[in-house]
Design a binder for this molecule. Sequence first.
Ligand code: SF4
Length: 351
Amino acid sequence: MEVGARGIESVARNAGCTRLRAIVIAGLTPTEIVKHVLRAEPDIMSPFAMTLSQAYERRLLENGGTSLLTAYRDKGHLGPTEVKVSSVADHAPGGTVLARQRRELETQRLLDMKHSGNPLAPNLILNPRLPLALVGVTHAIELDYMVASDDAPSYRVGVIKSYADRGGKTDKAHIRSACREASVGTLALRQHLESRNDDPDRAGDRIDMVLRAPGSFVPRLFASMRAESEMASLVRALSAAPADLDEVERLVPAGANFASRDVIDQIPNNYRSNCKEHCALWEHCRAQALAAGQPIILGDAAAEQLAAAGSITRALDLLDGRGRPPENHAEAVLAAELRAAALLLDRIANG
Ligand code: SF4
């Protein structure tokens, strides 16, 4: 199983989690760890959501990307003569090593055509595949598509999501993560340009996103979206990786590897209530947080309010006045707040 753009993007969703970063940088996925190391069933995306997402992506990319091309032409982002489409997936279908290599080479060939000013370079590249090197490890990234008008200096990366576009009510976190997923492709495109001694800035900092109209498979195109901050958050999260690897080396015994549950458990994590949305290890990490009495189990707001206590047990001690007295000003303030809240609750409950 390849980490892919989505896996690399997920690192930025919990930038404080060394465990996830170390797993991804090692070229593994949380799902594989759950299956092969924890010997549990990974909690995958709901079958309905997965079917919808795959069907929508297929619909846009099938028949030589006709629907996608139409969406671009309808909105005037590609002109009437800009209809050149290349499907990398059709060029070398399948999951064999050879097919994957051929897809990578074909993508690089098409990019080189564009960057050398060849007028036959495609306007749409469907399912391009590129290598992305992170901390010395090369990952293969398969993207939904890349797009460029004839006069553009390079391609923009496009991402297709089956989320319904609800205008201002579309979940912002979903939009941000889709932008970051496309930005992973932009990073790979930058590396490709660098490998050819070309200017990486040709890749730009804009991405395209296609959602769907509510209740239908009609595409809603958002072209040329600024993704500077998503790109920055991605680069920030990934740049912590070398320090992580040093830390992991210090924490785990020499010669240990990710095949051991103890090794996984020794790598610091940062359980958050949204882990469930993007990381298959969430049940394991939640169980660890519960065992340690971490306030995050009670939700983000509680975690923030009980931060001074550090654990639920300590917070209860401060409330009851049991155990050690408050050790610092923050604990004393929290103890007073907890008692005031308990009194108020008591008054409301008992009239
Ligand atoms: S579930 Fe665990 S490993 Fe995954 S991001 Fe959350 S804390 Fe990190």
